[in-house]
Design a binder for this molecule. Structure first.
Ligand code: ASP
Length: 330
């Protein structure tokens, strides 16, 4: 190689390096960031993602952040889309407890929760509520169990597909009361809520981020909360816990986290995590979430390593519960 050729090649290599560094330094630059929600628009995960998109906009430089509802297959289509996306920080996933329950609940998912993602930090914890269609002839949990007993084989239960949070909660509920119900899957509990309000399905277990305003507006009947303690928002505070109603140990709390595809550069991950930390302190975001019964994460789970540890612990926690309940799906 002549000296001149070497110099040109070295300069070209330097230029490539410099432009790569610049591209990263400028992240996110002009290119929009997409938050993939693995459920339909109008549901609770969508709600969290849209509020988060707003809170992330400023700390990420004021550019465009769009929400993409890649719904279906209990949340695994959207998760898989992000697992296979370019690892450049522009395609992110907002997902819930399904990241921990899906690996046991559904035996064949096309991605690996532990190794196909970079963990960017957790967003919130959200209780669930057991709700019913407005025409259901049961005024409280006790009357509900009587009605279920009188209608064995006829009761149906909406959910967001196999592997979703509502699926998990519904399965645990059926198991706890030892009654089989017909499950009706939707691409998210947004459309499931429309059918519940319309009386096409009987029951649903779903996050308070979707149910609070419907309970408040008396559009649905509310029977219980899935947390060990009663909740604070006015519309929910009189609801008993399922534990109080005799379902000893019944406890499901949904949580949401933010993920990037595996291989996303470390400096971009850091920028995203820094932005998430700012978003989680945004008073407007906190107010919106708290009003819907959700608790914004303030503990160490906002750190990616702790987020990853928490998900691993949740997989370990749910696996024996799901197995003992015998509630897998293929
Ligand atoms: N709440 C849903 C679930 O059951 C998902 C959603 O629509 O956000 O997993």
């Amino acid at each position: 190689m002549t000296r001149m050729f070497k110099t040109v090649a070295a300069a070209a290599a330097l230029a490539t390096l410099a432009s790569g560094a610049l591209a990263q330094a400028a992240f996110p630059g002009d290119k929009p960031i997409t938050l993939v929600v693995p459920f339909s628009a109008g549901g609770p995960t969508d709600r969290v993602a849209r509020d988060l998109a707003e809170a992330l906009r400023k700390p990420l430089g004021g550019g465009t952040i769009v929400v993409d509802n890649a719904a279906g297959a209990g949340g695994s289509i959207g998760a898989n889309k992000v697992a296979k996306a370019a690892p450049d920080g522009h395609t992110l996933l907002v997902h819930h407890i399904g990241m921990a329950s899906m690996p046991t609940l559904v035996r064949n998912i096309p991605f690996k929760v532990e190794t196909d993602f970079e963990y960017l930090g957790m967003i919130n914890d959200v209780p669930m509520t057991l709700i019913g269609r407005p025409s259901l002839p049961a005024n409280n949990y006790k009357e509900l169990t009587t009605w279920i007993g009188q209608n064995k084989g006829k009761v149906n239960l909406a959910n967001a597909g196999v592997g979703s949070a509502s699926h998990l909660c519904g399965l645990l509920f059926q198991n706890a009361i030892q009654v089989d119900m017909t499950t009706v899957p939707y691409k998210g509990t947004g459309p499931a809520m429309t059918d519940l309000i319309g009386g096409q399905v009987d029951l649903m277990c779903d996050q308070t981020t979707n149910t609070t305003s419907q309970i408040e507006g008396k559009k649905v009947r509310a029977y219980a909360v899935t947390t060990p303690k009663r909740l604070a928002p006015a519309a929910l505070k009189d609801l008993p816990t399922l534990q109080e109603q005799g379902l000893k140990d019944f406890q499901v709390t949904i949580w949401h986290g933010l993920y990037a595809p595996k291989g996303t550069p470390a400096d971009i991950q850091k920028k995203l995590n820094d932005a998430l930390k700012v978003a989680l302190k945004d008073p407007d975001f906190i107010k919106k979430q708290e009003g819907l019964g959700a608790v914004v994460v303030t503990d160490r789970r906002v750190e990616p390593a702790e987020h990853k540890k928490f998900v691993a612990a949740e997989i370990a926690k749910w696996s024996p519960i799901v197995k003992a309940a015998g509630v897998y799906a293929d």
